[in-house]
Every structure is written in structure tokens, then in C-alpha cells.
Design a protein around this ligand. Sequence first.
Ligand code: FE2
Length: 445
Amino acid sequence: MSDNPFLSGNFGPIETESTVTGLKVQGEIPRDLAGRLLRIGPNPVAPGENDHWFAGNGLVHGLRLRDGEAEWYRSRFVRDDSVCDFKGWPHTAGPRFREDSSGLANTNVIGVGGKTYAIVEGGGFPVEIDYELETVRSSNFGGGLSGPFSAHPKRDPDTGELHAAGYFSGWDHLQHVVVSAGGKVLRTLDIPVPGRPMVHDCAITENYFIVFDFPVVFRPVEGGAEEGTLGQYIWHEEYGSRVGLLPRTGSADEIVWCEVENCFVFHPLNAYEDADGRVVLDVVRHPKMFASNSNGPGEGPPTLDRWLLDPKGGAVKEDRISDRPQEFPRHDERLVGKPYRYGYCGASGESGLFGGLLKHDLRTGETLHRDDGPSKQYQEPVFVPCSEEADEDDGWVMSYRHDAERNKAEVVILHAQDFLGTPLATIDLTVRVPFGFHGNWVPDS
Ligand SMILES: [Fe+2]
């Protein structure tokens, strides 16, 4: 048993890759679901007691659904250099951001232009994986990426373009990176910042790219970091907290910076512009981050907040939507950057980050809390509409759920409009899936 909570219980890594067929299903899998429910998280091959949760080697998980059947579950390591060295596998081909980049990718997994990529922030290029999750090569999107990508690109539902915020500990700027639906880099804009902040996510609206600048800042190790590559990201109270409204095709000096009360945000739920041209930004707000806990998040309960930002002058109004502890916010991604009504989040539980699920109706203010008991712990929910034309919320919420009693994972498929009801389907994966970060439904078409 480790003293590091991020190496214990269901945070603990598993040692081997899995391929499971003949999966048992309780209920009925919607027949319109054809594709893979992918997710990824850190899974160190050689865990160290003081390791940060965010630094573990990536292990990608996939459940393949078709014709109402669960065809397979697979888990595969993303083959970064340390995984390959540990396992005795050849190093992965493809470009690296820097010569000393390890090729680690552990934070999100997305489909772009018919390919699948494991992605990470702050130092690594995307790593292409194949349909069955085997590592193919690292990628800079055909030569277009000039810096690290992000684990949280936002896909414009009208154009299919991805907007991301890139950063690197050795840089005095962030980057706004736009990638086409086909996977070609269309725009790279440097955004100067006063420090070297950790920038985990971003948001878009019809007219703006929203950049985060919060006080988790890189502190280099003395004497060993001329390029700023050795050190750690820690809370720096005096740095302050702000979000920038960058006109999507504008220059860095056009950014309107909006100062907010000091806090840290990993993830927005969504953002949009209201009828008066103000920006509504919904975020999961942490009061602090990496101030006293250096192994992972844990600085007081995160809340769901709404910030109203005025592009004319940068005034901000902050409101609390929900004070239940929560993280991993998701919504109907046909409405990225647009007015929307529903959000789905992980509800933090007795054992920390992972517990039940929340559904927020942002119009009525009602929140539904799905709690299947302390032994059932959901990871990030993913919303998939029943069809392209379906109303918002007419779709499925899917999530990998840890069953602590059996020490195994299940995938649960709910209808979003029957959020507290019996799941449409529960698929027993027969193996454990460690608590991790993010994932997506990647349809076959
Ligand atoms: Fe994230």
C-alpha cells in the first residue's frame, strides 16, 4: 500500500494490457452506437512514491460497440520512451517537440480527420494510435505544430476546427493553435504572459478564443534549468487570475483580459456570447491548486461557477451555479461555444474526486445527482446525441464506472433524460480501469 493517494486503490496502476471479448451486457446497448468509447489516464510502469499523478505513462482504454453488441474492450500503453524501455519495446517513431521529449501522452484521446490521437499538454506532440489502440507514431500534424499541443482542444461544431492553448515551461508565452477538421495546422499565435502558467484547457465562443492565465506557475529548479525544463508547477498567490478574450483571428494585443478572484480552473463546462455581446463562461473552479498537495489535485472542493465577462473593458460578474464538489464537466458538443442548457459532471464522492454523476439544468437551476452507492464510482461522463438532429439532452451519457466491491470496471450507458433511472446498459469489462482523466466517443463514421 502506497502513502501516495494517487498510487493507491483504484488510482493504482495496472501492469498488463488487456483484450477482452465476449463481454456480458445487462440491458440493451442502443443499436445506433457504432464506434469506440475511449478514455485515458496515467498508469506509471515504474511508479515512484513521490510521483505526480499527472506524470504517469498513458494507458488508453477502449470499448467497441456495434449493432447493439459490445465487441471488445482493450487497454494499451501509449508507447512513450520509458514504457518502451521498461517493456523492451522499440521506441516509437515520429517527430518530437524537443530532443528530450519522452513521447508521453496520457490526458485525452480524440478523433481528428479519421485518425485517433492520445494527447497531452505542456511538452508532448500528439501520439497517433490505431483502431485497436496500438501506438502508431508521434505526430506534429504533418509538420504544422511548432510547440506542444493540448489535452483539451475545443471543436467548433460549425467548421470542425480545433482550437487549443499550447504552453511549455521554457516559454514566456502561450499559443493559440487552430487545427483543421482534417488535421492541418491553420494558425499559430504567440500570446505573451507574465509568468509560465500551467494552462490545462480553453474555451471558445462565436467570436472569441478564451485563454486561461491562473496562478499555478512553473518554478524552475535553481541552477539546473536554463531552458526552464526542470522544476515544478506550484501555486503562486501573487500571480493573480485572469481570462483573456482573444478575437478568434485577432492578434495578441487585441486580447481583453478579465481579472477574476484568485482560483484555479482545469476545465470549463462551456462558454457562449449572450444577446448583449457579453461572454458567459461556466467553469469548475478550484479555490487553489498545488499549494499544499504536490502529488495531485486536492485543495478544497471545486464548484461550478458562471462568469459573465464584458469584452468592453473586461468587467467580470462571478456567480456560483452549484456548490456540490464536482469535476470533469461535459456537455452536448454540438453546442460548443453556443448557448446551451445542460451540463453533465462527475460528482466527487466520499473517496475523493470520483463518485456519482451530476446533471445540471442551467435554465431551471435544477441539479440531479446520480449516486449508485459508495462502491460505484463514475469516471468522466461523455454525452452522445441520439442523432445529429436530436434535441439537446436527447442522447446517451456513457461512463466507465469502478465497482469497488468487485474491483472491476463497468461501462454504464444512461439515457440523459432518464438520468436517475435504470441504465439502458451496463457492460462488465471484467478488469479494473484505474481512475484517469478524459475520453470521448469516437464514432466509426
Ligand atoms: Fe483535463
